[in-house]
Design a protein around this ligand. Sequence first.
Ligand code: SAM
Length: 253
Amino acid sequence: MKHIPRKRFGQNFLTDGGIIDSIVQAIHPQPGQPMVEIGPGLMALTQPLVERLGKLTVIELDRDLAVRLRLRPELDVVESDVLKVDFRAIAQRLGVPKLRVAGNLPYNISSPILFHLLEQVDVVQDQHFMLQKEVIDRMVARPATSDYGRLTVMLQWRYAMENVLFVPPESFDPPPKVDSAVVRMVPREQPAQLNPKLLEEMVQVAFSQRRKILRNTLGKWLEQKGFAGDFDLQRRAEEVPVAEYEALAAHFS
Ligand code: SAM
């Protein structure tokens, strides 16, 4: 029976065979690697992935799609909202220290998914995600650009990231209203030791008025914390490199 795409689940199904091949090549799955796919949908990526891996864990919220996925014995189906999934428990159940994670994500909840995984990054080997291109531009942004912001700092602190593929709307059914891209995210081996909640708070304050210099935003916050160190507050939030935000957060953590 034909599945009617559900907008509330962000269902835009990949149909372009060339793009599917390119994504699978970028992921480079090898037999036996433990991988979790978020949002397998109608299996456009699932099929080529599981052919190479042998087994694959998939997380799907749509009950009708989960029913179809369960017909495939090589798939380990978790029918759930990915935002409630404990990836550490999956790694433990599979008996592995780390998981590879991939998926063409539902765009309406892409940032919450990125932050949910950030909290469990200790069990992540790498992540390959299709997202709105505009979100990936923000993730991989360099300082002093309009894309550089909270998402950039919060993710670059913990991952090395690169945009690996542009994907136009006509590669999907139905086509989304935006351009898409695929990002590779590899957790840093030696991230700065800091309290992520504190980094988040600091970055939120710094970027709250991104056109202004930091004296009245981050400056006030640092004053409240009794900071006595050296930090140039004559800059705007977007001019401060990630490493400086990390160093500041590490100072208070
Ligand atoms: N992987 C398929 C493809 O590339 O054609 C489908 C991608 S579609 C953009 C997103 C998929 O995520 C859909 O299958 C949708 O049902 C599923 N999904 C949506 N929200 C979800 C959630 N909160 N948790 C798990 N899966 C979800």
